[in-house]
Design a protein around this ligand. Structure first.
Ligand SMILES: NC(=O)c1ccc[n+]([C@@H]2O[C@H](COP(=O)([O-])OP(=O)(O)OC[C@H]3O[C@@H](n4cnc5c(N)ncnc54)[C@H](OP(=O)(O)O)[C@@H]3O)[C@@H](O)[C@H]2O)c1
Length: 328
């Protein structure tokens, strides 16, 4: 396949996402070059576009943390993939472009039943949800889960994955439409955080016991409320602190209930660490996607040159599920 020298890509310019002409990157050892068909927005992209979240050392300064497309070239030593394979992939940067370099271990085969748009919206949410809920918080068979932000890209994935795996999933979302979506995706109880107190609902629905695991992206006053909502030996894992990371909490409850407070980021992990997450997703989630039991929820699709409109939609918070950029 003859590759072009340049491509369309999106960089942060003057605190905005701007379509630019960039060089087509070359895959190094253990990497593949993917011709991108679709990518999707993550809240981190908005922060990076505004200059508030620089990419980790060595990562592309082109925006974009995930993609789906076809392998266009192989770096030295790649054994798992061949040119033409369709993949979904997690990247530390570079996804908002016509071509993107990906470590081979960060790719998963694109499920044949997913459209390019759905596939482009899959990697970041599935990797994040699996590594935090299954790996770090070790959700076990029969345990209950509370997912905050149930209508988000992350939330819609977590609800579906763990409901399909037989867990009772509680979730919070803002407003009746988002609550209804979460119920449709399999949530046992979707709590409208604008009109209900999730601590009371969780307590009432679990006979006062609380939930075993909480996936939280809110922080702020939710830190204490999460502690209060957990069952004995419960685990809370934070992937963001949208409402603040500086809080005062009662740690006595943490000690008395023998709780674990966890948190993590995905982007700066090594290629080997991401390959281990990919293997977990492949084992525990991909069969459910491939059989059509669960699927990424796509809110809207914008062509790459309308990236600023796509970012504006995410900034309003009106979206439910993933906002996708169609690349070609
Ligand atoms: N640490 C990591 O490795 C990692 C990886 C990926 C993503 N993340 C983080 O995970 C979060 C979700 O990412 P995303 O891309 O899916 O973003 P998103 O779609 O914009 O999700 C943000 C969600 O937060 C919800 N929310 C805001 N205030 C809330 C409250 N008081 N109670 C309950 N929910 C509330 C919103 O719900 P409503 O619209 O219903 O109000 C919205 O669904 C982001 O903060 C992102 O930075 C972290």
């Amino acid at each position: 396949m003859t590759l072009p020298a340049t491509m369309r890509a999106v960089r942060a310019v003057d605190q905005k996402p701007v379509l630019v002409e960039a060089e087509v990157p070359q895959p190094g050892p253990g990497e593949v070059l993917v011709k991108v068909r679709a990518t999707a927005l993550n809240r981190a992209d908005l922060m990076q576009a505004m200059g508030l979240y620089p990419p980790p050392k060595g990562a592309s300064d082109i925006l974009g943390l995930e993609l789906a497309g076809e392998i266009a070239a192989l770096g030295d030593g790649v054994t798992r993939w061949k040119v033409g394979d369709a993949v979904c992939a997690l990247v530390a940067g570079g996804g908002y472009a016509e071509y993107c370099v990906v470590p081979e271990g960060s790719c998963l085969p694109k499920p044949a039943n997913l459209s390019w748009e759905q596939a482009g919206a899959a990697a970041e949410a599935f990797f994040t949800v699996w590594t935090n809920v299954s790996d770090r918080a070790r959700l076990k068979e029969g345990e209950t889960l509370l997912v905050h932000g149930g209508a988000s890209g992350i939330g819609t994935t977590a609800i579906q994955l763990y409901a399909a795996r037989g867990h009772k999933v509680f979730t919070t979302a803002g407003g009746p439409e988002k609550v209804a979506l979460c119920r449709k995706l399999g949530a046992f109880r979707a709590i409208d955080y604008k009109s209900e107190d999730f601590v009371s609902v969780v307590k009432a629905e679990t006979g006062g016991r609380g939930v075993d695991v909480i996936l939280d992206m809110i922080g702020g006053d939710y830190v204490q409320k999460n502690i209060d909502s957990l069952a004995l030996e419960g685990r809370v894992v934070n992937i963001a602190y949208q409402n603040g990371a500086n809080v005062t909490v009662n740690l006595l409850t943490v000690m008395l209930k023998r709780l674990s407070i966890l948190a993590s980021t995905l982007r700066a992990r090594t290629a080997a660490e991401k390959a281990a997450v990919a293997a977990g997703v492949m084992r525990d989630a991909w069969p459910l996607v491939e059989s059509g039991k669960i699927a990424p929820v796509v809110d809207s699709v914008f062509p790459l040159d309308r990236v600023a409109e796509a970012h504006a939609r995410m900034a309003t918070g009106a979206h439910a599920g993933k906002i996708v950029l169609s690349v070609g």
